[in-house]
Design a protein around this ligand. Structure first.
Ligand code: ADP
Length: 248
């Protein structure tokens, strides 16, 4: 079987990539919009206050700010784990807070989420951890097989397919969680402190994988408190501080 390059793998995974708007251009279409969003948790804790910003289709965006500033809450509002107390959170033209049942499930399928703590199933192999998403979405075994190999290759884990999470390093576990998030080719990828538990080399590898995905069409939003990493990437940044967008 011929060896595919990373570019070919990505084109196979993200067939719509050629039409993507790159972040260097002014976006004409928005993937994500926060419109005057505030969030107060049930215990009365205020996490966000009147936040507004937009993310264009095909953009790569960092959200930075100190711990507790509201970064994770922004992402949770996007994939519907939390609902805004005020304002509107729009993903692909849909108001996330109004989605229920099947509509919310459908919206979530358009979003791949990567967490700081990986959230892998310990008793399942790498392959099983990745394919569980496709099984839940009703993909056939043949389609699951077709997607697995290029995805493993993309994250550099072909040789670890049958390992269990405890047999992997932190960086490898995070790459499994990226593979799981992208195997169904969602157009929007959210990564919540994906490098929070990793050393600088592994962090950089993870960011490079996310940038490749962006290069081939996915809109990518990454939260981090690692300012050095952000500076190294030279990409658009939204800074949050005490639940507000920080504008200099
Ligand atoms: P960050 O990701 O920047 O560390 P978070 O969005 O996790 O910040 O948290 C913002 C604020 O909201 C913090 O004060 C935090 O304690 C609070 N918070 C987060 N999640 C909850 C929750 N489930 N219940 C109550 N308060 C929360």
């Amino acid at each position: 079987m011929p060896t595919l390059t990373a570019k070919e793998i990505l084109e196979q995974q993200f067939p719509a990539s050629e039409t993507a708007t790159k972040s260097v251009e002014t976006p004409t279409e928005f993937c994500v919009e926060f419109r005057n969003v505030s969030k107060v948790y049930e215990n009365g804790r205020g996490a966000l206050s009147n936040v507004s910003f937009q993310v264009g289709k095909g953009e790569f965006l960092f959200i930075t700010g100190p711990s507790g500033s509201g970064k994770s809450t922004l992402l949770k509002l996007l994939y519907g784990e939390q609902i805004a107390s005020q304002g509107e959170v729009i993903v692909n033209g849909q108001n996330v807070g109004l989605q229920r049942g099947n509509q919310l499930s459908y919206l979530r399928r358009q979003i791949g989420v990567i967490f700081q703590d990986y959230k892998l199933i310990p008793q399942r192999t790498v392959t099983e951890n990745i394919s569980v998403v496709l099984q839940a979405q009703g993909y056939t075994r043949k389609e699951i097989q077709r997607r697995l190999e290029p995805t493993l290759k993309l994250v550099g884990l072909q040789t670890k397919a049958n390992c269990f999470p405890e047999q992997l390093s932190g960086g490898e576990q995070q790459r499994v969680s990226i593979a799981r998030a992208i195997v169904a080719t969602p157009p929007l990828i959210l990564a919540d402190e994906p490098t929070g538990n990793l050393d600088p080399d592994n962090s950089w590898q993870i960011i490079q994988i996310l940038r490749k995905l962006n290069h081939f069409g996915a809109t990518v939003i990454v939260t981090t408190h690692d300012e050095q990493l952000v500076r190294r990437c030279d990409t658009r940044v939204v800074r949050v501080c005490n639940g507000e967008i920080y504008r200099r």
